[in-house]
Structure formats: structure tokens, C-alpha cells
Design a protein around this ligand. Structure first.
Ligand SMILES: [Ca+2]
Length: 147
């Protein structure tokens, strides 16, 4: 009897046995068998995982010069999006394996500074340096994807 009580106490402590006055959701997944939710996410090939508030995958290589609007479209067509300035800086300060990120040509990021003017990064040797330019001129592009 004491062993059964100890076992039951352990199950309750682990959340395997309990009292649910409401009951499970009518159409929701069973939390015990929903293992996919906890499966580790992996960045696609050619990208590196960074933490910029949330976990994000950023491309290792930049793309050639394009307008800001074309950059948004290109990243979207690849199932990604243009990196935000914060993501770009986080990658610059913490990630390894990224090519031509700093001290190279400027790269568009998603942030708009004003109507028709967007932010760009990477054209200096300091990660936090920022520039902006009219979106119709071409600069390099690097895409991100939520992890
Ligand atoms: Ca670059």
C-alpha cells in the first residue's frame, strides 16, 4: 500500500495523474503525445542560427545588388524575409561563418526609415553603424527566416 501511494505521488508530481475539472480541449492535441511541438528546430542549409530576441536563421552569404523592393520579393520567394536591422546587428556581433557581413558593401534590412527610404547595414567596420538610402537604388541582400 505504501509503495502504491509513493508511486501515485510520483505520478502526480510528474503531471501524469491529476484532476482536470474542465477536461481536455475538444479538438486540441493531446499534450502528452504532441512531441513535434518540442522537436528541435534546425536552420536550412546555407543559414546560421542567431538569437535576436527570438531565434532566427540568417543566410551565410549575401546576394548581389538589388533594389529594396526586389530584395523583399527575392527573400519572400525563397520562403524567407529581409532581415531586420536588429537581427543583422545580432548576427554581426555574435554569429560565425557569415561571409562579407562587415566592412563590405551595404546590405538592405527590412526597417524603413521614412517613406521610400530604408535602412542598410554592413558598409563599415562597426556592427552597429547604420545608413539609409532611397529604396530604388541597388544594395546587397541577406535574408532571414524565423526558426
Ligand atoms: Ca556585404
Amino acid at each position: 500500500m505504501r509503495a502504491r501511494l509513493a508511486w501515485l505521488t510520483l505520478l502526480v508530481a510528474c503531471g501524469r495523474v491529476g484532476f482536470d475539472p474542465v477536461g481536455p480541449p475538444a479538438d486540441g492535441p493531446d499534450p502528452i503525445v504532441d512531441v513535434a511541438r518540442d522537436a528541435p528546430a534546425v536552420c536550412p542549409g546555407g543559414t546560421v542560427a542567431i538569437t535576436a530576441g527570438a531565434r532566427v536563421c540568417i543566410e551565410e552569404l549575401e546576394h548581389g545588388f538589388d533594389t529594396w523592393t526586389a530584395a523583399v520579393t527575392m527573400c519572400g520567394d525563397a520562403g524567407m524575409r529581409l532581415c531586420t536591422g536588429a537581427e543583422w546587428v545580432a548576427a554581426c556581433e555574435n554569429a560565425t561563418g557569415l561571409v562579407d557581413l562587415l566592412g563590405d558593401n551595404w546590405e538592405w534590412v527590412a526597417d524603413m526609415v521614412d517613406s521610400g527610404i530604408a535602412e542598410k547595414r554592413g558598409g563599415s567596420t562597426v556592427c552597429t553603424d547604420i545608413s539609409s538610402h532611397v529604396i530604388t537604388d541597388p544594395y546587397e541582400v541577406r535574408c532571414c527566416k524565423d526558426l
